[in-house]
Design a protein around this ligand. Structure first.
Ligand SMILES: *Cc1c(COP(=O)(O)O)cnc(C)c1O
Length: 349
């Protein structure tokens, strides 16, 4: 008996259904980057596809190809990081939808498609203020004019225009949306008939109707991870999909030692800052070592007892976002760090 990440696929399905209902008639893209936020991409995409999800957001081409292998030809798979020539060729061959945020990549994709007699399906990205990647507004008219030319030549098919926003304040997001609207107008003026407009992720997509457009890219909320500082999971109609369990190794006086540490992905900064769930309710996490940690003891504690590092709170534990808030990060930072060496156990196929 060792540490285990329990993943409840029925809860995933429930969250997906709740989110799709809110964002409709916009479609929902399930974001599965970072091994589906630590939940295991294969089981997550298989279940989501069985629930009728058709759009998957993979981030990198490697993940996109894995999703294609799991789901076959039906799925639409969006990747937005193509890091090499090999990535580009692979993405086109596997019929992935490719996000393009700079003019060099645009040319490389068009050239690769021409060489292999294919048409690359692309989504052009405007930088609306996040400065991560994306074409700057002053360069956008030239960029969309060139994309229209390449589409006319047959190497690319521009199906989408998209952006990514901070979702930190409504005011900043409104300013970003203003830039996005201008970019859509300019794309139309360049002769592009854009079918898929996508702009928002979990937080703005659920909270703000005018941010949904045709497609909402949702990661965190599908896994039941609320935004740091944001509304509670339950008020959003969502539940946490995963629960991280560990075992008691030794009991000694005031403390017990458990079998997970920072090498398993538990941030050492959580020591003395959070409680975890035990058979007698919440107890202070005293110290996080590299492979073991110490927790304040409880009456009757025994080696082999299960403790819960994070979960829905039934045993006094906190959620990933509760933990994250204590160390100034976000809930998905907690879940994606759970070591791949910790086995995932799935309930509800
Ligand atoms: C991670 C990511 C998302 C999903 O964000 P959540 O807040 O987890 O819903 C959407 N779009 C892009 C471009 C992303 O990188």
């Amino acid at each position: 008996m060792n540490a285990t990440l329990r993943v409840d696929l029925d809860t995933l399905a429930h969250n997906i259904a709740a989110i799709r209902e809110v964002v409709a008639p916009a479609q929902m893209m399930l974001v599965v980057k970072d091994d589906a936020y630590g939940h295991g991409v294969e089981r997550v995409v298989r279940r989501a596809a069985a629930e009728g999800v058709t759009w998957f957001g993979a981030f990198d081409v490697g993940t996109g190809l894995a999703v294609r292998a799991h789901l076959g030809g039906r799925a639409r798979i969006f990747v937005w990081i193509a890091a090499s020539a090999r990535d580009i060729v692979g993405a086109i061959a596997a019929d992935l939808d490719i996000g393009i945020g700079d003019s060099i990549l645009l040319e490389e994709i068009a050239t690769a498609a021409t060489r292999t007699h294919q048409t690359a399906r692309v989504h052009l990205k405007i930088d609306t203020g996040l400065h991560r990647n994306g074409v700057r507004p002053e360069e956008w008219p030239t960029f969309v004019a060139r994309a229209a030319q390449l589409q006319h030549q047959g190497s690319i098919d521009v199906v989408g225009v998209w952006s990514h926003i901070a979702e930190a304040s409504d005011q900043e997001d409104d300013a970003a949306r203003h830039i996005y609207e201008n970019a859509l107008t300019q794309a139309a003026e360049a002769g592009l008939d854009v079918k898929l407009r996508h702009f928002a992720a979990s937080a703005a997509g659920l909270a703000r109707e005018e941010f949904r457009y045709d497609l909402v890219r949702v990661g965190a909320f599908c896994y039941g991870i609320r935004s740091a500082g944001g509304p509670h999971e339950r008020s959003l109609g969502l539940s946490l999909v995963s629960q991280l369990e560990a075992r008691v190794l030794r009991v000694h006086g005031e403390s017990v030692t458990i079998d997970v540490g920072s090498l398993d992905g538990i941030p050492s900064s959580l020591g003395m800052r959070v409680h975890i769930g035990t058979p007698s309710g919440s107890r202070l996490l005293q110290d996080v070592g590299s492979v073991e940690s110490r927790v304040r003891s409880w009456p009757g504690a025994q080696p082999g007892d299960t403790v819960i590092i994070y979960g829905s709170g039934h045993h006094g534990e906190l959620t990933p976002t509760d933990l994250a808030e204590r160390i100034d990060t976000i809930g998905e930072e907690i879940t994606v760090r759970v070591s791949p060496l910790i086995p995932r156990e799935y309930a509800g196929d």
